[in-house]
Design a protein around this ligand. Sequence first.
Ligand code: PGA
Length: 249
Amino acid sequence: MRKPLVAGNWKMNGSIDSIKTLLAGIKAGLDSVSNADLAVCAPAIYIPLVQAELDGSGIGWGAQDVSIHASGAYTGEIASSMLQDYGCQYVIVGHSERRTYHKESDELVADKVEVARKAGLTPIFCIGETLEQREGGITEQVCARQIDALINKYGVEALADGVIAYEPVWAIGTGKTASPEQAQEVHAFIRGRVAAKSSEIGDKLRILYGGSMKPGNAAELMAKPDIDGGLIGGAALKAEDFLGICQAG
Ligand code: PGA
């Protein structure tokens, strides 16, 4: 059985005070969560604070992006070794906001997944279609292209013990959630695509759903056989809501 993973994607939100309050709230309610791994992915500058607050708590933490380079003249970039220095276990890679606003290509995202993995981090590899692509009937083609960019370059092993987040772009931050059936259909497709290369890796792959997941819809989404948790944006900023989703795992 795959253990669900619920990861918060804080995006560019928070302050020292709000993060301390949020993490204290999550820690206080942790006993109510029995069946999920938890993680929060913070703005990079707050990662040392998150580490100090969460060390020994059983909750994991990570970043929202990573450089493909090891070190050197790359102003503003953060290397995987730096994330490791601060105890990160996870890093979100290829989020649609980075693909859109920072023009990250499928190839660059694939390189980032591999760099993170090689460094011992668990990349949360984000894929998903836009509304236009869904309405054009090419959801599976888009997801296949994003996955294949990784597998064709680095082999299916790049997804060993891996995490993919399926995030339909039209559902992110919009309040529109994919129905459990819509999400399950794509999750099954994703698993099938990976399993065609290695049934073992496909079977172990954790596929998270992301896009307006909330306490009110998390249980029915996670009840689906191929939905193994969530990548949570807005609802991860309130301890009660984040815990409510984690309890559904
Ligand atoms: P949302 O964001 O939960 O606010 O829709 C999810 C994400 O972008 O990872």
